[in-house]
Structure formats: C-alpha cells, structure tokens
Design a protein. Structure first.
Length: 473
C-alpha cells in the first residue's frame, strides 16, 4: 500500500505540473491583456476593444464550459480506460467509439468522485500501475518459479532417464538370465526324460538281476544240498577208510604173526631135516636093521624139505602181502588225509555256499530296496517333470512378460525423452518469459529506472539522427 501511495503522489505531481500551466494560461493571460489595454490604449479604441474583449470573454466562457465538458469527457475516457486496462483488457483504445461502446459503460465517475478530474485521472492511473505492478510481480515470481521448476523437471527427467535406462539394462540382464534359466529348465526336462529312460532300463536290468539271483539261489541251494551229500559221503568214506585202515593194521599184524610162525616152521623143518639126516646116517650104520628107519627118516627129510619150501613160499607170500599191506596202508593214509582235505574243502564250500546264500538274500533285499527306490525315483521324476513343465511354462510367461515390460520400458524411455525435449522447450520458453518479465519494474529501483530512461534517450537520438540523414538525402 505504501508503494501504491508513493506512486500516486508522484503521478499526481507530474500531471498537476503539466495541466496547471495550461489552466493558468487560459485564465490569467486574458486578464493581463485587459490590464495592459486599459493603461496603454487610447479612448477611441477602448470601446471597440471592450466590445471585442466582451465578445472574447463570452467566447472564452463558452470555451471554458466546453473545455470543462471536454476535460470531464477526457478524464472519464482516461479513468475508464485505466480501469479496463487494470482489469486486464489490453484491447482498450483511447477513442470516442471505444468509449461509447465499452469504456463509458464502466461508469468511471462513480469509481473516482474527486471534483478534480486530474486527481481522478492520477488515482486511476496509479491504480492501473499498481495492478500492473502486482501482475508483473506475480508474472515474474511465476516465471521464476516456472524456470526453477523447469530446471528441476529437467534434472528429474535426466534422473528418470538414467533410472529408466538402468531398469532397461536390468530388464535386459533379467531377460538373459531368464533365457538361460529357460535353457537350463529345458535341459533339465531333457535330462529328466533321459533319467526316466535310464530308470526304465535300470528296472529291466534289476528284474534280470533278480531273475539271475533267483536262479543263482536255486542253483546254490542245489549246490548246497550236493555239497552236503558229498560231505556226508566223504564222511562215510572216511569212516570206512578208518575201518579199512584198522583191518589193514590187523592184517599186517596177522601177517607178521604168520611170518613168525613160518620162521618157526622153517626152523623146525631145518631141525627135522637135520634129524632126518642124522637118522639116515644112523640107519645106514644100523644096516639091515636100520633100513626101515632110514626110509622113515628119508620121508621125514622130504617132509622137512617140503615144509621148508612151503615155509619159504609162505614167507615170500607174506613179504609180498606185507609190502602190499604197507602200500595199501600208505594209500589208505593218503586217501584218508585227502579225504580230510576234501572234507575240509567240502565244508568250506558248504560254508561258502551258505555265505553265498545269505549274500543272495541280502542282495535280494537290496534289489527289493532298489525296486522301491526306483519307484520312488520314478515318482520324484514324474513330480520333477511336472514341476519342470510348470517352471518352463512360468519361465516362458516370464520371458513374454519381460519382453512386454522391455517394450513398455522402451516406450517409456521414448516418452521420457520426448517429455525431456518438451521440458527443454518449456525451460527455454520459461527462460524467455523470465527475460521478458524482467523487462518490467515491479518495485521502485532508481538505478533500473535510470537505465530504461537512458535507453529511451538513446532511441530518441537514433531516431533524430535517422531523420536528419533522411532529410539530407
């Protein structure tokens, strides 16, 4: 309000200084002329001049009345125009037609009621300047805010562009990772299919192994029974061999006794032969009387020789039997020892067969476990295939969504670039608006006012020089 009042006072002084000399000239100059006429003009001319002066006074009174109306009209035109301009109507024209059509309808006399029209004009002009000052101040403030906001929008646009590019780069990386994951998922699906085939083949192999194990178990059972039978047979043979060895020992002992008896018989035969020889010698000495005794002695000698021969034969046979008996005993001992070894080997084979049977049972249990594991793996594989299919479908959907997001991001990036271009244009426009708004002085600044006055004076000098040059040409 203080600024508006100071502007009104300055404008009032300026307008009063311009209009008061005109009013004084219109009233004081005729009175001065009348005074000079009354003192320096002769009587002959006085009456004529009085008449002229009276006529002039009447004319001046009429002129004053008309000028007063004209001044009021001009004042109303000016105050009304100032009112219209202060309301923002920049189409206002200072003309009678415009006053008749628009300005006069504002009833300017009701807005400014001071009897002095110049005061009303000054007040209206001051109000217009105050409104314009406020408007220009708002425009300057708005342009400054717009320029600042444009700068902030440019920075935000730049940051948004960077963020969008980073998002686009991230989306590209995610797309690559998704494609890699999709490839790995497809590979995992293929591996699951291969695993299914391997499981099928493994089940077939396990079935074959199971069949082989059943056959092996059956054969092992037969082998075990055979080994048991062989073991029992070997035991029986060993028992019989033990009996045979005992018999051989008995035979050997009997042969030894027979040999002893044979030796005794041979000794007796030798003595008998010796006695028979002695008897023959005695019979020969006896002559005829000893002839019968000689015959008997000869027969006894023959019997002794036969006994000796038989004894030798028996001795030879006994020696042969002893050798054979020793050989048989050695063979029986070797056979017995071999039988013992065979028995041990058969027992080991039996133990091994039992161990193999136990192992076969364990392997059968493991195979049953493998069947269960294969079934479980097959179930897991089916679940894995189903999950993989879902993952594959989700990955494909994600890939499609990511491609769509990437396309949308590119569109957003293009939109942001376009918006950035528009913001740059807006920034340029706001800068231009700021520059244009700064041409107005919304606050009292003598230095700035003097700069504008100097520019106006320079334009006037340029105009004058241009006019002189045109006149010279």
């Amino acid at each position: 309000m203080a600024k508006e009042e100071s502007k009104k006072l300055v404008l009032k002084k300026n307008l009063s200084g311009m209009l008061m000399p005109y009013v004084l000239g219109m009233t004081a100059l005729p009175m001065i002329a009348l005074f000079l006429f009354m003192h320096f003009v002769t009587n002959d001319w006085r009456y004529n001049l009085i008449a002229i002066l009276l006529a002039s006074g009447i004319v001046m009174a009429i002129a004053y009345t008309l000028s007063n109306k004209i001044i009021k009209l001009v004042a109303n035109m000016l105050t009304g125009s100032f009112l219209r301009v202060s309301e923002g109507d920049l189409t206002t024209q200072f003309s009678l037609t415009d006053y008749k059509n628009f300005t006069g309808k504002t009833n300017p006399a009701t807005h400014y009621t001071d009897p002095n029209e110049f005061e009303n004009i000054t007040a209206a002009f001051s109000d217009m300047v105050a409104h314009f000052s406020e408007l220009i101040g708002n425009i300057q403030s708005g342009s400054n805010n717009t320029f600042t906001m444009a700068n902030e929008l440019v920075e935000m646009s730049h940051q948004t562009t960077i963020a969008t590019e980073e998002v686009a780069s991230t989306i590209l990386s995610v797309t690559e990772e998704t494609n890699a994951q999709l490839f790995e998922t497809q590979k995992m699906t293929q591996d699951a299919t291969v695993l299914a085939d391997l499981l099928t083949n493994m089940e077939a192999v396990i079935v074959k192994i199971g069949n082989y194990m059943d056959e092996t178990n059956t054969a092992n059972g037969v082998n075990e029974r055979s080994v048991k039978s062989v073991s029992e047979s070997w035991k029986q043979v060993n028992d019989e061999m033990a009996v045979l060895m005992t018999s051989i020992y008995d035979v050997t002992n009997a042969v030894k006794e027979v040999e002893t008896m044979t030796q005794t018989i041979s000794a007796i035969a030798d003595q008998t032969n010796l006695l028979a020889l002695n008897a023959s010698i005695e019979a020969a000495r006896a002559g005829e009387h000893g002839r019968g005794f000689a015959v008997v002695a000869d027969e006894v000698r023959k019997l002794a020789e036969q006994s000796n021969t038989a004894s030798n034969n028996i001795h030879s046979i006994i020696q042969t039997i002893a050798v054979k008996s020793d050989e048989m005993l050695t063979n029986v001992k070797g056979t017995t020892e071999l039988g013992g070894q065979q028995t041990e080997m058969v027992q080991k084979a039996l133990d091994t067969s039992i161990t193999v049977s136990d192992k076969i049972l364990l392997v059968a249990e493991q195979i049953a476990g493998l069947f269960m594991m294969a079934d479980e793996i097959n179930e897991k594989r089916s679940s894995l295939v189903a999950s993989t299919d879902e993952i594959l479908q989700g990955a494909e959907e994600n890939a499609a969504s990511i491609e769509e997001v990437s396309a949308n991001t590119e569109e957003i990036l293009a939109t942001i670039e376009e918006m950035s271009s528009n913001i740059q244009q807006m920034m340029q426009a706001s800068g231009s608006l700021k520059s244009q708004a700064n041409l107005f002085l919304a606050e009292v600044d003598e230095e700035a006012s003097m700069e504008r006055v100097e520019r106006i004076a320079k334009r006037a000098q340029v105009t004058a020089l241009t006019g002189e040059m045109e006149l010279q040409n």
